[in-house]
Write a protein that binds this ligand. Sequence first.
Ligand SMILES: CC(=O)N[C@H]1[C@@H](OP(=O)(O)OP(=O)(O)OC[C@H]2O[C@@H](n3ccc(=O)[nH]c3=O)[C@H](O)[C@@H]2O)O[C@H](CO)[C@@H](O)[C@@H]1O
Length: 357
Amino acid sequence: MRALMAGGGSGGHVIPALAIARELLDARHAEVRFVGTARGLETRLVPEAGFPLDLIHVGQLKGVSLATRLRTMADLPLGVLRCISLLRSFRPNVVIGVGGYASGPAMMAAILLRIPTLAFEPNAVPGLANRLVGKRVSAAAVNFEQTKAYFRNAEVAGIPVRAEFFAIPQRLPTDRQHLLIFGGSQGARILNNAVPAVVARLLARLPNLTVLHQTGPAAEARTRELYQQANADPARYQVSAYLDDMPARFAEADLILCRSGASTMAELGAAGKASVLIPLPTAADDHQRKNAEVFSSVGAATLLLEADLTPNVLQNTLVDLLENPEQIQAMGAQARTFARPEAVRAIAAMAVQLTKE
Ligand SMILES: CC(=O)N[C@H]1[C@@H](OP(=O)(O)OP(=O)(O)OC[C@H]2O[C@@H](n3ccc(=O)[nH]c3=O)[C@H](O)[C@@H]2O)O[C@H](CO)[C@@H](O)[C@@H]1O
C-alpha cells in the first residue's frame, strides 16, 4: 500500500499526520510520503521522522491582503498540476489530507485522478482546505459529531497522537515539582509575557519547583530576557523555542500550563496530565475555549480566559494547584478518561478500507 499525506503548516496539522503515517508504516507496512509547503513545520518534522517530503508552492489566504489572496487563487491550478505530477509518479492508493496549505491542491488533484481520498479534521469547524474538498472526498475522519456535516462519509475517530503519550506513567508526588509551559507549535505571546511577570514570586513560594517554558521561535530571545530581568534563579528555569520530545517533557511535568489546540488536548488526555488551559481567543469559532471547557467541566483542567488573566490570578492558580498534589492527581486521572488510544488505528483502518474499495 502507498499513502500520500498531504498538508501541514502548524503542529496541529503535521503532528497528527506523522502519527497516522507511523501507524500505516508499522502496522500496515505502507510506503508513505508527504507533500507540504516550504513555510510549514513539515520541512523539519517530516524528514526528522524519516519520511520523504515533496514541496509545492501554495500562497496564503488568511490574514493577507486582497492582492495576495487573488494571487494565491490564481496560483492554485499550478499547485494542482504539480500535485497531479507527484501523484502520477508515486501512484498512491490513498491520499490523506490533514488540512493546511498543501492539503487543498493535493486533495483536488487526487479527486481529479479518482484516487481515494481521506480527510482528517480535528476541529469542530473545518479549516479552509478541508471545507473546499469536504463533500468530494471519499471519506473523512473527524473528532466531533457536528463536524460530520461538512464531509462525505465522515466518521468520528478522534485525534491521533504519538504512541509514547499513552505509555507515560502516573507521576507520583515527590519533593520536587516541575511545571511545563507551552503555547502550541508557535508558542503563545500571552504566556511569554505573563509568566515572566510572576516567575520569581512563584519560585520563591514553591522552593522545590522547576519550570520549562516553550516560547515559539520568534519570541525565544525576548522571553529569556524577561526571565533574566525578573531575577529568577537561572538554575530553576529553562526557556526553549520548540520542544522536540514532547512525550518526555509531558512525562516529567506535574502540571502543564498551555493553550487548548486540538492535538494538545488529545495529548493531555493520552498522558493523563493536569493542566491550566488558556484558550487562544482568536481561534476560529472560539474553538479552543470549547476544547478547554470539555476538560474543565469535569475537573480535568483549570480554565483561565485571557481576558481575566492578571499576574495575581495566574500566580494564585498555579500555587493553589502545586500546593495540592492530591488535586493534581485527581485532575490527571480525569484527563485520562479522554484518552483515545484507538484513534490512530481507526484512521489507518479507514485509509486501508478505501484502498480496497
Ligand atoms: C494558532 C492556531 O491556528 N492554532 C491552531 C493550531 O494550533 P497548534 O498547531 O498550536 O495546535 P495543537 O495544539 O493542535 O498542536 C500543537 C502540537 O505541537 C506539539 N508541540 C508544541 C510545541 C512544542 O514545542 N513542541 C511540540 O511538539 C504539541 O505536542 C502538539 O502536538 O491547530 C490546532 C488544530 O488544528 C487548532 O486547534 C489551533 O487553534
